[in-house]
Design a protein around this ligand. Sequence first.
Ligand code: S3P
Ligand code: PEP
Length: 435
Amino acid sequence: MATVTAESRPWPAPTASAPVTASVRLPGSKSMSARALILSALADGPSVIERPLRARDTELMSAGLRSLGVGVDTSDEEVWRVEPGALRGPARVDVGLAGTIMRFLPPVAALAEGVVEFDGDPHARKRPMGPIVAALRALGVTIDASATGGLPLTVRGSGLVEGGEAVIDASASSQFVSGLLLSAPRFTKGLTLRHEGPPVPSAPHLRMTTHMLRAAGAVVDESVPDVWVVEPGPLRGRTWVIEPDLSGAAPFFAAAVVTGGAVTLAGWPAESWQPVGQVIELLRAFGAEVTLDEAGLTVRGTGTLRGITADLSEVSELTPVFSALAALADGPSELRGVAHIRGHETDRLAALATELTKVGTGVTEFPDGLRIEPRPLHAAPSGGTVFETYADHRMAHAAAVIGLAVPGITLTDVACTSKTLPEFPELWAGLVARS
Ligand SMILES: O=C(O)C1=C[C@@H](OP(=O)(O)O)[C@@H](O)[C@H](O)C1
Ligand SMILES: C=C(OP(=O)(O)O)C(=O)O
């Protein structure tokens, strides 16, 4: 059932001729929307999701839940309604290229009665799944998976999951842990999950999972490092208010930094469940000024763009945008701690090394990161440079940021941004045109 993605759309990246200055209003966080959908589907009553992200990842998540018997009404742009139902197969779930779907939905399917098949885009079959499949099996679930343990896979649900204790190596993705925890209150014995292996990346995403579980009434203990205990018990239906997507905002903030402009993310809350502290610290290290007030979260370029040395493991999904900033900085950068992003939408370290080299950047690739040596950047003299996006929305963001400063960059495909922000090309072009 490997699916066909939206047709690719080559796109000349606009170059900025003046500082980019704007206030942007972005849709909700992908990660929060995904968790709200799962927790609402497993709750004991209806839920409302305010200001969700409407994008490929969340549309496919909604479709997957509907195919399992959950009522998900996404007809209103601003307010989605979820009506839990008896979970049942048979069903076929298209995960697209979404890690959140391929890791969060199989545990839900395990609670259903019947057969549920999962598959997705060609590259989805390459993304790591083995550890979560093994953990689900240890918890009493019957799953047929490919030889590598990944997609396509079939969950043969019996209507309940015994749960109990499991050990997992979640160094390849925090989503293995999040996926198991989100469904764990509905396991008969709950779940005690212990991670063994190199560090789990994306700690803020794990905290988002446990925050949101507690907000839905679950009892969760994470007092012991690398151990999560979820008691069996009901999840409450509730109203989720989704924060603007901080990761989606990153290229817009980068535009302010690169052009010496100012970009405000409107509607930013005073308290956030996204890793805003880490993002602010990194942007300041690059040389930006960052403020938070009633207008929102504002990033100002100062005319200085320094190279940085940083461990990006907590905000690994932003490696492409930070690498683009590093390529335009006034000194070298070393971005490490992100070996696992080789298993993201593409091998992001290899992809960044290849594409940044094409425009003249000096790049050294390490198993867990990149050293980036800025040099005068240029598109190819004849016909410009074609920047491959590898079906990866964040590679497209990185290319757009480079394009601000380097005329003649064409992305092979900007349609891949529909994964998390379908309006990206128009928003971006509008912003740069006003500069
Ligand atoms: O749980 C989530 O919503 C996410 C967790 C992270 O995954 P990894 O831990 O695999 O990096 C992040 O990169 C991804 O974009 C979203
Ligand atoms: C890694 C990412 O996505 P996914 O949820 O598909 O893992 C990402 O959005 O950068």
